[in-house]
Design a binder for this molecule. Structure first.
Ligand SMILES: Nc1nc2c([nH]c(=O)n2[C@H]2C[C@H](O)[C@@H](COP(=O)(O)OP(=O)(O)OP(=O)(O)O)O2)c(=O)[nH]1
Length: 146
């Protein structure tokens, strides 16, 4: 079945965060070995569980992956993308986040990095991230500040 025809499976909803530092840099993390897209850089986040609100899922994922606490009110929708994956449509929602408590540390990922929107463009990332990176780099560092 072609991507244009869609699939019979419901879309896979994934939420992710562009954590933005005081100087306008964005946090990315490397996907762990053994997972799809291993070694590529991604925005922290993960799958929305059945019955879960996207924002609740992202608050949960940021605590699990980076050890930080984020209020739902601190999540601002930034961009989204869709990608026809292996038999299932991925819908990726990206939120911007300026306020959190705790120091982000790589709990599940091998490495995290803070990069400028321009540096993001050159990083190897999953295909669904490309439109999100374009949205971020169009915004530029100054526009990303709160
Ligand atoms: N978190 C995240 N996932 C992304 C990005 N880009 C992208 O294509 N994905 C895809 C990869 C996976 O197919 C899916 C997220 O899966 P995941 O394995 O990170 O989700 P999870 O944390 O819930 O992991 P798990 O419990 O199922 O192992 O979304 C991104 O920037 N961030």
């Amino acid at each position: 079945m072609s991507a244009a025809q869609g699939t019979h499976l419901p879309p896979l909803l994934v939420v992710a965060a562009a954590l933005i530092s005081a100087d306008g840099r964005v946090l990315v993390q490397q996907r762990p070995t053994g997972k799809q897209h291993a070694g590529l850089w991604e925005f922290p986040g993960g799958k929305v569980e059945t019955g879960e609100y996207p924002e609740t899922a992202l608050v949960r994922e940021l605590a699990e992956e980076l050890g930080i606490t984020v209020a739902r009110a601190a999540l601002t929708p930034l961009a989204f993308s869709t990608e026809a994956g292996a038999g299932r449509l991925l819908v990726l929602l990206l939120y911007r986040v300026h306020i959190w408590s705790g120091e982000p540390r790589p709990i599940e990922a091998p490495t995290i990095r803070w990069v400028s929107p321009a540096e993001l463009v050159g990083l190897p990332m999953p295909p669904a991230d490309i439109p999100l990176v374009s949205a971020l780099s169009r915004a530029g560092c100054a526009d990303l500040l709160p």
